[in-house]
Design a protein around this ligand. Sequence first.
Ligand code: FPP
Length: 249
Amino acid sequence: MKSEKLNEALPCHVGIIMDGNGRWAAKRGITRTGGHTEGLKTARRIVETASNRGIRYLTLFVFSTENWKRAALEVDFIMSLVKQHLVRELDFYRKNNLRIRHTGDVTGLAPDIIAEIDEARADTKDFNGMQVILALNYGGRDAIIRAARRFLLQPLNNSCAEAASALNEDELSRNMDNPDVPDPDLIIRTAGEFRTSNFLLWEAAYAEYFITDKFWPDFSTEDFDAALAAYAARERRFGANAKIGAGRR
Ligand code: FPP
C-alpha cells in the first residue's frame, strides 16, 4: 500500500498493544477495572501526543476477539469505558480535527456500542487530522478471514477456480476493514511481552516493533517519544539487502 509519509523518520501509522492494565492494578492492590480506568486516561493522552507529533494513523488495540473469555464484569466494564470515551471525548476529537474509525467484527458487538461507534465515525468522517482506529472485537486472523469472505462474495467470482487465480496480496488488502489505511510502520507493545497477540497480522508484515516493560497506565509522552526515536534509528529493508530507509515503503 502507498505511504502518505513526508518525513521518513516519522512513522505514518502507529499501532499500540495497550497491555498491562491488570498487572498495574494488581501491583497497587486495586481491581482490574481500576487498571482499565487508568488505561483509558493513558489512551486519551497518547492520542493527543501522537497527533501533536504528526502521526497520521493510530490504531489502538482496545478489545480482542479473544478478550470475551474474560469475566463478564470485566468485559462489560471495558465496553462501558469505550462508550464513555466515545461520548465524553467527541468534542476533543472534533476540536483536534481527528477522525475516529473502527476495525474488527461489528457483528459481535452490542447494539449500543455499534451505535456509538457509528455516530463517532459519522461525526468525524470529514476531519483530515490524525485517524484514530479503534480495534474493538478485533482479531488479526478473524480480519483476514472476513477479508477473504468479502473477496469470495464479489459477483465477478463465478467459479472457485477463477476466484483462486484472482486472489493475490493486493486483492486481499483491498478487502480488509479499512483498505485505504496504510500498513503500520511501528507497533508499540507495553508490559514487556514479546508476542503479536493476533494484532494486525496481515498489515504488520514489515512493521517495526518497540516493546517496553512499562505497564500501559504508566506509558507516558516521553515513552511514546522514545518509541519514535527508536523507530527513526531503524534500518528498514523490506526484504531487500540494501537500506531502503526508516519508514519508507
Ligand atoms: C490490556 O490490559 C488492556 C485491555 C484488554 C484493553 C483495555 C483498554 C483500555 C481500557 C483503553 C481503551 C481505550 C480507548 C481509546 C477506548 P490487560 O488487562 O490485558 O493487562 P494484564 O495483561 O496485565 O492483565
